[in-house]
Design a protein around this ligand. Structure first.
Ligand SMILES: [Zn+2]
Length: 320
């Protein structure tokens, strides 16, 4: 079923898209926010397949079938697995030359296209060069760098904007002041994952406590073991620390109105006195570096140890 349709109907990217000249037949929607991206594509298919003039009307049979993801002219790929394989594109090619069954158009949505094999991408390329009339291909892409340039150049590309906290709050029913939004940063997939999650709340307060209480290298092991307990949380720890240090920088630069973690702003203000703005800059760069190292399967505890030690060193140098 399509989810969050009300939010998408009022979303500025969606409104601009359906009011633009939809002459293209191939679209690439790009966003790291998988949940929003997928539903956005369904809503665009709903627009393309609607039988009324004020599309999408939400009331015609087409709209209702798209809502249930059961419209026979909306084909979702891949069917059973996550990766997009050559067989999926073969299915598309076999299907795309057949006449639509219920409407005068056909819409193919390929999810996870960033995970498509090179073989699958090359096979799709031929269809993108000369698509049959009244057929539409929508590619959902979370990481543009994994898509061949030849594919990108044949699609109308749309990079979806981050959602506002108001939109996230409407979609998730989480209080707009929640720390979930300062970390989710406009990403619905993340907000849904963190909202109401006890592990998230614990990790958030552990990160804050580390910044508040870690005074010397003797305490480093204690905080490092708390923050690197679960290796799948390591990305989240980096997201939280990055968000907090960004706020510390805003406070140092007297730009308090940019602070995202507003509910802990007085604590952050106290912490900020221990750093200079240039030292925070160095720490933010170190966090980015740590995130990159994660891709190379490094030892997680070692990475957190090194990051915390760096933070301590910077703090120490600031005191001098
Ligand atoms: Zn309709």
């Amino acid at each position: 079923m399509i989810e969050y349709s009300n939010i998408i109907l009022n979303n500025k990217d969606y409104i601009n898209l359906i009011h633009s000249d939809v002459n293209a037949s191939s679209f690439m929607f790009i966003s790291e926010d998988e949940v929003f991206l997928r539903n956005f594509s369904y809503m665009f298919a709903k627009f393309l397949l609607c039988e009324n003039n004020s599309r999408p009307c939400g009331n015609c049979i087409s709209c209702k079938k798209v809502d249930m993801l059961s419209h026979s002219d909306m084909i979702l790929l891949p069917k059973t697995h996550k990766n997009v394989l050559v067989e999926d594109i073969k299915t598309l090619i076999e299907n795309i030359y057949l006449a639509p069954l219920e409407s005068d158009r056909k819409v193919f949505i390929i999810d996870n296209f960033s995970l498509a094999t090179t073989g699958a991408q090359n096979k799709l390329l031929k269809i993108l060069e000369e698509p049959p009339k009244n057929s539409y291909i929508i590619l959902n892409v979370t990481s543009e760098s994994k898509v061949l340039n030849t594919i990108k150049s044949r699609c109308k590309k749309l990079r979806l904007s981050h959602l506002s906290n108001k939109e996230l709050s409407q979609a998730t029913s989480i209080n707009p002041d929640s720390e979930v939004f300062s970390i989710a940063q406009g990403n619905l997939t993340k907000a849904l994952r963190y909202g109401g999650d006890e592990d998230f709340a614990n990790l958030y307060s552990s990160c804050l406590q580390t910044l508040q209480d870690m005074k010397d290298s003797k305490q480093l092991i204690k905080y490092s073991s708390i923050l690197s307990k679960n290796k799948e949380d390591i990305d989240l720890v980096l997201d939280i620390l990055e968000s907090m240090f960004n706020d510390l920088l805003y406070i140092r630069l007297n730009k308090d109105n940019f602070v995202k973690n507003t509910h802990i702003s007085s604590t952050l203000k106290q912490i900020s006195s221990e750093y200079t703005s240039s030292s925070i800059d160095y720490i933010l760069k170190k966090i980015i570096e740590t995130r990159k190292s994660l891709d190379f399967n490094c030892n997680y505890t070692f990475l957190i140890d090194a990051l915390l030690l760096y933070i301590l060193e910077v703090k120490f140098l600031c005191k001098e």
